[in-house]
Design a protein around this ligand. Structure first.
Ligand code: ADP
Ligand code: MG
Ligand code: MG
Length: 888
């Protein structure tokens, strides 16, 4: 018989931390904590396999499930001494969803389940506290109605707000038992009106209703969106946890809270979190009451007048600190925990590896190596390479003037600037229209995930450091200021006001998520210093990395940035970018529009010194590191004058009538320029163009070698080769120019000639091409276009349908399509190596900075990846992780 249910509690468990796939993250860790003897209320986990079976069998449960649940409930009864549904001393439970990866899009928790009109009386008697019992019951009705019966949370809130207003109450804690009884009558009436039947009184019906709601929520829109954004397969399924209740709402000696064992924003080694006295469940993160600090140090720093847990419940606090330390040692990582104190007794309700900013991840990883908790190899694996982008995020220029609009909590670091929008829909629409926005909300909910994703940053007026907005923003690496309480938002008017100043939708603001500031206007920003922990970790990564990392750069500015980020060479220098320069474009146009070879050579002669200067600069900055220069690639018409003014300018410069110029431009028109007269094809018709370029390269190499004292060995790359004879044609001319330059200068030249592999024909005939080519560089942008027969510029219109429909798993222009384009690369690498065993192989498409693609490059054994300068650190770390993984 399949085991569908795993129990935990009282110092033992059937599950363990390694069983996340089966028990979900929450269930596996509850089991682990139980096994460690940490106080955890007993309960059981219904496995993710039940979820899978549920969907495979038209939403029906496996036959044995009911009896296994009964057995597990019986064990809970033995441990707690209470029986589920018992009318004298009822066992109450929570029903909690728990997927393998934490998923905020999932079902909300139902607490206090098992209460009804009879058991609530019993609870009041057993606890000796009627107010507590009815507070719990009203919470249960509201949660169950919302989560299971799908009624609006808001309608219940309204009843409560009306009741409070009518009776002159401000806080929920002002209400007496009788008040709650009255509210419950209205709640139940609301349910009966909406459902056409009374609120379910049978605890078993309540339990199965909740279990069904958890499994049902796996396919709700929020969860589906979240899975899509985070690459979580639908096949994983969720588990359901049923757990005995402990009560943080039993008066002043009870409390509930959340904590991180280290600061998830900065990485600082200090307990970080919040709690509320006499509260339950999500009260802390809901932002309705302002939570209190855990530690005295944090309270003092926050200048809070509310006492810390350390002072109000010193015994529970001390035990809590010890448990957090123990969990950190046990899991060897920072912990995110939830706890409740019931009448002075501490209970742990959840632990998991805490989410953190990249900055915090770096600090923690480096600190934990120093503490001896993890090795430097493990530290490398702790950082998400793509997340390094966060560190390259701008911060507000320290010299900039700050016009403060309001301040809140520094919920997620970094600065962001954009137009104010008040809804997620607006945020998405504006971003699609190419505008940058900051999402401003009273508070966010899982429905806002897509809007948060579209925004540069998030500002909320309610909620603490662990509010939804704060947690999600940190996960996304977006700056966030939360709980900016002085701001009043008027959604209807599209305005927000603080201290007499009103800003409206579309106005620019800047938020500083590290300082918690909201600033008026677009404030200047600066890039962060990449030293300290960053440098240390990158050093470890460089030690284990096999592949080299180069940058795609053509300007001196880009080359300098690339080197400062640790690039070990230039993998792609696109010479056409140099042609667009204002001072040169006229000469370029003269060259294109020339009627005869003589005229063309005349124009090229004007370009030669300029090209030479470009290459001297690059070689000098790169100081002996390899530089791969790609000869002219784009279709010539890209350089042609388009506006009347441009045509007039060129006609004046060349002394040619404008009409003739227009005719020439029309003659050069191509129907499909990307497959037209470009790349090596230009050299076949006009060999003098490449001859000029390679002369500039050789002369520059000689000059730069003299000036830097470094040996400069240029790598000359011929684009769009599909036929070996094309490359031979060009190679002969390159060699001839080299000989000429060498003869003239008396310097012997070292250089390599290679080719891009960006056409399927080149990949397939790579063994032939390698007879001439000394290196291959996979131009994966074009190779993706030509392998798929898909134009990148047009694909955006329909690729979305492919991704949404699951026809393609990833955008092939972002992550290498392993199956197709990847096979092409493997084949070319294999055939190239057969001819020339030490052929140098690299990749220079956008994919060079995509961690998943870098991993693929490692498996093919490429020598280097080349990417845009700002992605160099990402590629260095990704290459290190790939090397470690590949070794295994
Ligand atoms: P989430 O996955 O959204 O964090 P949880 O299942 O962790 O949801 O539940 C949210 C909160 O409900 C917990 O932080 C805890 O405070 C409370 N809670 C859940 N189960 C219990 C329980 N058995 N006893 C007391 N509080 C509980
Ligand atoms: Mg929740
Ligand atoms: Mg939780």
């Amino acid at each position: 018989m399949t085991k569908w249910v795993y129990t935990f509690g009282d110092g033992a468990a059937e599950g363990a931390a390694e069983m996340k796939a089966l028990l979900g993250g929450k269930g596996a860790n509850l089991a682990e904590m139980s096994n460690l003897g940490i106080p955890v209320p007993p309960g059981f986990t219904i496995t993710t396999e039940v979820c899978t079976a549920f969907y495979a069998n038209e939403r029906a449960y496996p036959a044995e499930l009911a009896s296994q649940v009964d057995d597990a409930l019986a064990l809970m009864s033995r441990i707690t001494g209470k029986n589920f549904g018992d009318e004298a001393d009822p066992l109450l439970v929570s029903v909690r969803s728990g997927a393998r990866a934490s998923m905020p899009g999932m079902m909300d928790t139902v607490l206090n389940l098992g209460l009804n009109d009879v058991t609530v009386e019993a609870l009041a008697k057993v606890a000796g506290d009627e107010r507590f019992a009815y507070d719990s019951y009203r919470r249960f009705i509201q949660m169950y109605s919302n989560v299971v019966l799908d009624l609006e949370h808001h309608d219940f809130e309204e009843i409560l707000e009306d009741y409070k207003e009518h009776n002159g109450y401000v806080l929920d804690t002002d209400l007496t038992a009788d008040d709650w009884k009255a509210v419950i009558v209205s709640y139940k009436a609301l349910v009966e009106r909406a459902m056409g039947k009374p609120f379910p009184q049978d605890p078993r019906q309540q339990l199965w209703g909740s279990i069904g709601a958890v499994f049902g929520s796996w396919m709700n829109a929020r969860a589906v969106t979240y899975r899509r954004l985070h690459d979580i397969p639908a096949s994983w399924g969720t588990a359901v946890n049923v757990q005995a209740m402990v009560f943080g709402n039993m008066g002043e000696t009870s409390a509930t809270g959340v904590a991180f064992s280290r600061n998830p924003s900065t990485g600082e080694k200090a307990l970080y979190g919040e709690f509320l006295v006499n509260a339950q469940g999500e009260d802390v993160v809901a932002g309705i009451r302002t939570p209190q600090n855990l530690t005295e140090a944090a309270r003092i720093q926050a200048e809070s007048d509310k006492p810390s847990l350390e002072t109000v419940m010193p015994a529970a606090y001390a035990e809590f600190v010890a448990i957090c330390e123990r969990l950190e040692k046990h899991y060897r990582d920072m912990q995110d925990v939830e706890f409740t104190v019931e009448r002075g007794k501490l209970w742990m309700l959840q632990c998991r590896i805490g989410k953190r900013t990249t900055k915090a991840a770096l600090k923690m990883a480096v600190d934990m190596v120093a503490e001896g908790l993890i090795t430097s190899t493990e530290a490398i694996g702790r950082i998400d390479p793509a997340g390094l982008d966060q560190l390259l995020h701008p911060t507000i220029d320290p010299k900039a003037e700050r016009k403060q609009f309001a301040h809140g909590l520094p919920a997620s670091p970094g600065a962001a600037c954009g137009e104010i929008v008040f809804t997620s829909e607006e945020a998405e629409a504006a971003t699609q229209a190419g505008r940058k926005v900051v999402l401003v909300r009273v508070e966010t909910s899982p429905e806002d995930i897509h809007g948060m994703h579209a925004s540069e940053g998030i500002l909320t007026t309610r909620g603490g450091m662990t509010s939804h907005a704060a947690v999600v923003a940190r996960g996304m690496g977006k700056p966030c200021v939360s709980g900016a309480g002085a701001i009043r938002i008027d959604y209807a008017a599209g305005t927000m006001t603080a201290e007499g100043v009103t800003l409206k939708r579309g106005d620019k603001i800047t938020i500083d998520g590290s300082a918690g500031q909201v600033l008026i206007g677009a404030v200047p920003m600066s890039r962060p210093e990449l030293s300290g922990d960053f440098a240390k970790l990158m050093g470890w990564a460089d030690d284990v990395r096999r592949m080299k990392v180069r940058a795609n750069a053509e300007t001196p500015a880009d080359a300098k940035v690339a080197r400062s980020f640790g690039a070990e060479g230039i993998g792609l220098c696109r010479t056409e970018h140099m042609f667009f320069d204002e001072g040169r474009i006229v000469a370029v146009r003269e060259m294109i529009l020339a009627d005869t070879e003589a005229e063309r050579r005349e124009a090229l002669a004007k370009l030669l010194p300029m090209q030479r200067k470009d290459f001297v600069d690059l070689f000098e900055i790169m100081h002996g590191l390899p530089v791969t220069i790609r000869l002219l690639d784009p279709p010539l018409h890209e350089f042609l004058p388009k506006t009347e003014a441009e045509i007039a300018e060129v006609s004046a410069a060349m002394g040619v009538p404008a009409a003739k110029l227009k005719d020439r431009a029309e003659a050069l028109h191509e129907f499909n320029p990307m497959l037209g007269h470009r790349g090596v094809r230009l050299a076949i018709s006009f060999p003098e163009i490449y001859e000029m370029q390679v002369r500039a390269i050789f002369e520059a190499a000689i000059q730069a070698a003299k000036e830097t004292g470094e040996h400069v060995v240029p790598e000359i790359m011929v684009p769009l080769v599909g036929i070996k004879a094309e490359l031979d044609f060009v190679k002969t001319r390159i060699d001839a120019v080299a000989k000429e330059v060498a003869d003239k200068t008396g310097v012997t030249l070292d250089y390599h000639v290679g080719t891009m592999i960006e056409l399927p024909r080149a990949a397939i005939t790579a063994d032939k091409i390698a007879e001439t080519a000394e290196f291959f560089s996979f131009g994966t942008n074009d190779l993706t276009q030509t392998t798929f027969g898909l134009s990148r510029d047009d694909a955006s219109k329909f690729l979305n349908y492919y991704l949404k429909g699951g026809i393609l798993e990833h955008d092939p222009f972002v992550t290498i399509d392993k199956e197709g384009v990847g096979s092409m690369i493997e084949l070319a690498a294999e055939r190239g190596r057969k001819t020339r065993p030490n052929i140098k192989l690299g990749i220079c498409g956008e994919h060079g900075g995509d961690p998943a693609s870098v991993k693929f490059c490692e498996t093919v054994g490429l020598d280097y990846v080349s990417c845009s300068p700002f992605r160099v650190p990402i590629a260095r770390l990704a290459a290190a992780q790939a090397a470690l993984e590949h070794k295994k």
